[in-house]
Design a protein around this ligand. Structure first.
Ligand code: PLP
Length: 461
């Protein structure tokens, strides 16, 4: 053994590094409700600490951790706290974090069953549970990927393969050169990741049949053209600004009759299907062909955790095929259901989260986000803010009566350090989007946010 190997062996034996990591992590947890939700300028400036050329000699491993603790942790956002309302980020259920932490030590490569039987097994269990809670058809299979971006990509690969096959075109053999055209029907409000996927897959933005959306960002149903079996229809369960849901039921009926493929991007919104009182938003969900959803948003697993679900296993698997002489296949190999080969064994924390919460716990958590959103919206309205969306799920979209004030309100709350939310553009004007999607958020957290909006009214008056 060389010197470095000996050193590393000792590190494993003594556990001191891991004790240090544990102490630092616990300190962070204990401080989460008091820390700034977004770092102050001083902490951001100190990130310069990391600007250095890589040295030839190895570093003291305790100093490596110390750098992260001292300069890294103050430059984090408090995403696991209760007052991070930016994007749609979600918190982390404690047991999911603990399970991830524990299984990080296993360092399993999740691509093949023979490399990680436990990950292979838990993917199968999660697949069955997801079908159960989301009410999806029996034939549905799941791929566990890094996020909804990757899930959308996987689903659209399957759709492209499937539609072309029905048009007598073998995509894997012939590629896209001279392939019969696929008609893509998408509305203006599809997520950026869907637009990116369309570009990656070679469809281009000019070839999409862009359809209009209504005041909530839902597909205008009247605009849906006559479909045929070359159509791929892109729907959304949960608009990233308004939280609105497309009319999945109605569109699927038309699409199914025409032999078209329907994909539903439900990164955070698909979880409405797991909640009794909100399930109506996803009516007809089982009639679609593929779905994309995140664990790391509404379900509150740690990053990264996305899931592609597809009703046509053969199309998903063939579209994402991978062959190699050295591959050892088993009955169900995780890498066949997504674009990655080596990958994190992310089904472990997804399983831990679902197992811990149970169907009732998931239902309660999703409903809790919705109730917070309703109360927040009505309080902000009373304060004189305009609520721009029907609060059907966990998103609240507001503005002030003039665009400059809207932008000033976002800046005021971001600078407060007490909460964080983001600005957006809605129907051409600046707006404020508030996303409630962490189990940590309490009534008091919502009150603090309401107070901040009340304070802004006073300072701008
Ligand atoms: C967040 C989001 C995505 C992208 O998901 P990632 O997990 O960030 O890759 C796609 N669609 C919608 C509606 C989203 O909210």
């Amino acid at each position: 053994m060389n010197k470095l190997q000996q050193e590393m062996k000792l590190q494993l034996q003594s556990k001191e590094l891991f004790e240090r990591a544990r102490i630092n992590a616990f300190k962070y947890m204990d401080n989460i409700e008091d820390m700034r939700v977004f770092p102050d300028q001083k902490s951001l400036d100190k990130l310069e600490h990391f600007d250095e050329p890589l040295q030839a000699k190895s570093a003291d491993p305790f100093k490596v951790l110390q750098s992260l603790q001292h300069f890294g942790s103050p430059a984090t956002t408090a995403q696991t706290g209760g007052r991070y309302f930016g994007f749609v980020d979600g918190g982390a259920v404690p047991v999911s974090l603990a399970a991830k932490w524990m299984s990080d030590v296993w360092d399993q490569c999740g691509g093949l069953y023979v490399i990680s039987p436990i990950n292979g097994k838990l993917e199968m269990v999660c697949e069955a549970w997801l079908k159960q809670v989301l009410g999806l058809p029996d034939s549905t299979v799941a791929g566990f990927v890094s996020g909804t971006s990757m899930a959308n990509l996987s689903a659209l690969c399957a759709a492209r393969y499937h539609l072309l096959k029905k048009l007598d075109w073998d995509l894997n053999a012939n590629g896209m050169y001279g392939a019969p055209p696929i008609r893509i029907l998408a509305h203006e409000q599809v997520h950026a990741s869907v637009k990116k996927t369309l570009a990656i897959l070679g469809f281009g933005s000019q070839n999409i049949e862009w359809l209009p959306s209504d005041d909530q960002g839902r597909l205008e149903l009247d605009s849906l053209p006559k479909m045929d079996n070359s159509c791929l229809v892109l729907l959304q369960a949960g608009n990233a600004n308004t939280g609105a849901f497309d009319n999945i039921d109605w569109v699927c009926d038309q699409a199914n009759a025409a032999g078209a493929w329907v994909h539903v991007d439900g990164a955070f919104g698909l979880w409405a299907a797991a909640c009794k009182e909100l399930r109506h938003l996803t009516k007809g969900l089982d009639k679609a062909d593929s779905w994309a959803v995140d664990g790391h948003k509404t379900l509150n697993t740690p990053y990264d955790s996305g899931i592609v679900l597809c009703k046509h296993p053969d199309s998903l698997i063939t579209a994402l095929q991978a062959n190699g002489e050295y591959i050892i296949y088993s009955d169900r190999d995780p890498m066949l259901y997504g674009p990655e080969m080596s990958k994190r064994s992310r089904a472990i924390e997804l399983w831990a989260t679902m197992k811990y919460l149970g169907t009732q716990g998931i239902d309660d958590m999703v409903m809790g986000f919705h109730k917070h959103a309703l109360r927040l919206a009505s309080n902000l309205e009373q304060l004189g803010y305009r609520v721009l969306n029907d609060v059907v799920f966990n998103q609240v979209l507001i503005d002030c009566d003039d665009p400059d004030k809207t932008e000033a309100a976002v800046a005021y709350i971001q600078a407060s350090g007490k909460a964080w939310l983001g600005g957006t553009t809605w129907k051409g004007y600046p707006a404020i989007r508030i996303s409630i999607c962490s189990w940590m958020t309490t009534d008091e957290d919502i009150d603090i946010l309401i107070d901040l909006f009340a304070d802004f009214k006073k300072v701008e008056a």
